[in-house]
Design a protein around this ligand. Structure first.
Ligand code: 4AD
Ligand code: MG
Length: 431
């Protein structure tokens, strides 16, 4: 008899197998009990027929509690009614641990309650599905960049300089010096691109941002590619190909999860490169047409603006050429129009907001120095960064994709707090 995982069950049709599992849910009548088994790799229904098992096994099935752990032995059979397609005709149950009063019951719970029990909530079918989608995006990211000649480079987490402005930094002591938790690895990735050509990073980033929205986390994961000799338009092509690859990979490899989540996949199937592009100026016109009268040239777009712009498209849309004043010091000004920069934010459809921020970078030493000064940044902390433009400066571009916002979009979950195993939020450091 084979000990298998639920994911391996399809390879064992009509065979007797043993599965180590937890009881996700249960219902029973006088003659039959249905155990919803989960083992982390999936969910399967175990059917216990009174007439087919010993009295002891049937009593165990009738009295077993939610989240108790056990070894379930039975015959794998087809079950056309379940999305998984298989069920287990139980022969034997060996209880490992009796769980008493599991706090998360099949009834509805409030969000705060669930967030307080995140360490247990992760076991639920919906959270399981979101984590599998997240994993698929991670897997597909490595596949995409490895196939396209990128080298993975790991920038430091403890840093002395801040690429995205100094207002949202987590400060910490680095022995006698001041240090910050990384808000972006970009500057280091630029150095790496000059050494390795095409590079990408994938790691945690931190923003001490007092935002309490469905799109903001204090700690989130970012994928940051950086490419030497790649100009603005070429970078947009990499972005649309990468995002299309992520969407198509999730559709291909997570059909059950998307079904569990009730995701409307018809809205994802159409997401293929190329994506539409609209300039900031035209986006502003569109907003005025849509009745956003207050917004003026030079104002940043908020979530309602992004959503209104995205509604005009059924694919993600690049908003390009933002006013220089709205963006960080390192972005390359448009040579025909100095007041805008060669940047793009990629806005996801269906109100999920900005998933990518990127730009061509300044590679002219004098301009870079001037921009650092204009932003009031301490030159000593950026000395090393400036040296990149002193020794073989080249045009280069890069971008950052926020993992959690992408997971939210593809899973169709409302809030990013469900897209990371243990979210760090404004008022939440536990669990
Ligand atoms: O637009 P951002 O701030 O860009 C950068 O950090 C650049 N240095 C990236 C680069 O060019 N290498 O952040 C990039 C993306 C956003 O588009 C968003 O998806 C995500 O990171 N992001 C957040 N996700 C969750 N919570 C937050 N507080 C986020 N801030 C940014
Ligand atoms: Mg941004």
């Amino acid at each position: 008899m084979a000990k298998v995982t639920i994911a391996e069950v399809p390879k064992h049709l009509d065979e007797e197998v043993t599965i180590g599992a937890w009881i996700a849910n249960k219902r029973s009548s006088g003659k039959i009990a249905f155990l919803q088994l989960r083992d982390g790799t999936g969910f399967i229904q175990g059917v216990v027929v009174k007439a087919d098992v010993s009295e002891e096994v049937f009593q165990t099935a009738k009295t077993i509690t939610q989240e108790s752990s056990l070894y379930a032995t039975g015959i794998v059979q087809k079950d056309e009614r379940s999305p998984f397609g298989y069920e287990l005709q139980i022969k034997k149950l060996e209880v490992l641990h009796h769980s008493v009063d599991y706090p998360i019951t099949p009834k509805e719970h409030g969000t705060e309650f669930l967030m307080d029990h995140r360490h247990l909530w992760l076991r639920s079918k919906r959270q399981h599905a979101v984590m599998k989608v997240r994993n698929e995006i991670i897997r597909a990211t490595y596949e995409f960049f490895n196939q396209n000649g990128f080298v993975k480079v790991d920038p430091p987490i403890l840093t002395g300089s801040a690429p995205e402005g100094t207002t949202e930094l987590f400060a910490t002591k680095y022995f006698d010096e001041d240090a910050y938790l990384s808000q972006s690895g970009q500057l280091y990735m630029e150095a790496a691109a000059m050494a390795l050509g095409k590079v990408f990073s994938f790691g945690p980033t931190f923003r001490a941002e007092k935002s309490k929205t469905r799109r903001h986390l204090i700690e989130f994961w970012m994928i940051e590619p950086e490419m030497a000799f790649v100009e603005f338009d070429e970078s947009l092509q990499v972005q649309e190909e990468y995002v299309s690859f992520l969407v198509q990979s999730v559709l291909k490899n997570c059909p059950l999860e998307l079904k569990t989540l009730g995701r409307d996949v018809s809205k994802l199937e159409t997401i293929t490169a190329p994506f539409p592009r609209i300039t900031y100026d035209d986006a502003l016109k569109l907003l005025h047409e849509k009745g956003f009268d207050d917004i003026e040239w030079g104002d940043d777009f908020g979530a309602p603006h992004e959503t209104a712009i995205a509604e005009s498209y059924d694919k993600p849309v690049f908003i390009t050429h933002y006013p220089t004043t709205l963006k960080p010091f390192y972005m390359q000004p448009d040579k025909n129009r100095q007041e805008v920069v060669l940047c793009a934010d990629l806005i996801a459809p269906e109100g999920y907001g900005e998933i990518i921020g990127g730009s061509e970078r300044i590679h002219d030493y004098d301009l870079l120095k001037q921009r650092l000064e204009e932003h009031g940044l301490e030159m000593a902390a950026y000395k090393w960064y400036l040296e990149l433009s002193q020794y073989g400066a080249v045009p280069h571009s890069g971008f950052g994709l926020g993992l959690e916002r992408t997971v939210a979009w593809l899973s169709g979950v409302e809030h990013v707090r469900e897209t990371i195993p243990f979210p760090r939020l404004l008022n939440r450091l536990y669990p």
